[in-house]
Design a protein around this ligand. Sequence first.
Ligand code: NOJ
Length: 740
Amino acid sequence: MSASATEMLDKRQAIARRVQALLDSMTLVEKIGQMSQVEAGHGYAPDILGNRLRAGLVGSVINVVDVEVLNELQRIAMKESRLGIPLLIGRDVIHGFKTVLPIPLGQAATWNPDLVEQGARVAAREAAKSGVNWTFAPMIDISRDARWGRIAESYGECVLLTSELGAATVRGFQGHDLAESGSIAACAKHFAGYGAVESGRDYATTNIPDTKLRNVYFRPFHAAVDAGVSTFMTSFSDLNGIPATGNSYILDDVLRGEWAFEGFVVSDWDSVRQLSIHGLTENDRESAIEACNAGVDMEMAGDAYSNHLLGLVEDGEVSEESIDIAVSRILRVKFELGLFDNPYTDPGAFPEYANEAALEVAREAAEQSVVLLKNDHGALPLAATELASVAIVGPLADAGYEQLGTWIFDGDEKLSVTPLAAIQTLVGDEVKLRYVRAMENSRSRVNPEFDAAVDAARASDAVLLFLGEESILSGEAHSRADIGLPGDQVELVRRIRATGKPVIAVILAGRPLTLSDIVDEVDSILYAWHPGTMGGPAIADLVFGHAVPSGKLPATFPRVVGQIPIYYSQKNGGKPPTKDNVVHIDEIDTFAPQTSLGMSAFHLDTCFTPLFPFGHGLSYTWFGYENIRVSADEIALGETVTVSVDICNHGDIEAEEVVQLYTRDLVASLTRPVKELKGFRRIRLAARETRTISFEIHTDDLAFYGRQGHRVVEPGLFHAWVGGSSDAEQRTEFRIAQPN
Ligand code: NOJ
């Protein structure tokens, strides 16, 4: 064992001893106190809460970020309660604290785990400076329905991308050591299946077969356990008839049993008591039984545990042993965070909020998150030297709050640099800017400024149209049934288009929007998500060619909402659509009887392909992929094959590209997706440079959970593609040999 592994083991054993000693001295009431998290905002703390802390009735508080109040709460817990147990201070630090990074879906578009890790580190330091020691992130629910408002908080639709970015986020929040200054405990949420809620309605039901849970929804969570995440949060949703908060299969059998997770599980907000609203239990008492016995260690912002656990242990419905296990998990995290040694926060010991380095990470993340969806005739980048004037139009060009996106409790709107402000700074007096907001907000239907916007466009050499959604249109409980551009934005685009000027759409949104109405009405589209504090400078640099777009879509863009769910790793089905076997509604002969039109899986009234595929994203240069090859046509189980490709930057500017590797298992005992991402790498290529990029695939990477629910690797033929999107054309193949 290496020195550091030995040190780690010693430390764990020491913590285990301290936990046990403490547990031995606790009363049952004090133990149950540790299992309760209390909402402490709204002036409740410290005064009213104080007595509960003194009595040892609270293990954690949520939603206080005033460092003086928090230090006082810790002091009461440490000095005035019988056992002096410090508090976990929870807060939703989702994509930044004061410095706001792009929404997680935007960060996913960077395909850059290192940058995502740095972003989480910035957020952790700023949160820790305020006394927070536990965040409820990363959200690693696979999200394949853009109607769901919480897709904004996710890393998108792909198992591998979500797993890698989720693990990076855990590393960023927790650092090398939870006890080091600036580290906070992370929370993998929402376990499990939340992203599959029916019709994208938040909190709705999910029905997910076990093989799909294991092959898709569970995998990022397993990766988070491997990354050392300290805590898990249950989902609000019903999973196959058993709401996640009362689901012992996922919490006990899988998470603890199979994955050996040693941290603790918190419920979602009041989701223990909601078990009776689901119809699983009759009252709070029964809800406490179900949740506790299923393996929920701490109740968030509810009182089912504090009101009922004591009686339940006395009545023998819940064993004291299970309480002890839950409490020791919670105490272990408190020890690991070093809170028993020092629970207090000295804000002066931390760098300033939103310091230069933090803002630079936010700017870099925003820049890499922007996806160039289309760019006809090289309309972008704009050349400041060749333009006399530019019209800047739209409700999101200068909306500092809206660009921050959902879940920004502590984000400081005053720090936002808007696109308008950044463009003004960038072009100075060189280019005349004509700004017309045109709509009061993204949903406006009465728009007296449209004429002024058209006049500005007519008078200018090019138009930058800032469209999309305000932040309130995505996030928790903010799902939409229609995910087109809201309000009269499509009308605005048409009127601007009619001026004949080059039109560049910059879209700020919390989800993939359906853009079919405008895609042909504009020359270029930069999809900027909600890019955060530094969205403006990032967008300005990209628009004027000081930076080159390199973001790639982490989610498929449907043409119309009726295509949902649409995602790249779908199954082939028995009648897959191709361009030769589909029919369009206009082609149907009204008098023809019902026939097997087209004989394939398509909609009559739209294409079977998405508007933009997963992984798509253009550049100002052009990358060519050639000469894909494998190191061996056949490998044995346990071996590795190398897939290589030559990538050439055909343009005359240096730029970054995200190279993506996909595979398909052609024949399996359980049908497999038509493509699965198996690797990706962000590379920088000089102008005209060609480079060979290789990916190694071990046969374990091709494993899946089969019919019996076990992980299997099945011999046979595999296809492999490497390219710049999930539509990659360079394909090769290899076999896994049948064992002798
Ligand atoms: C409910 C949300 O579902 C969860 O993600 C969040 O962390 C908690 N509320 C706490 O605010």
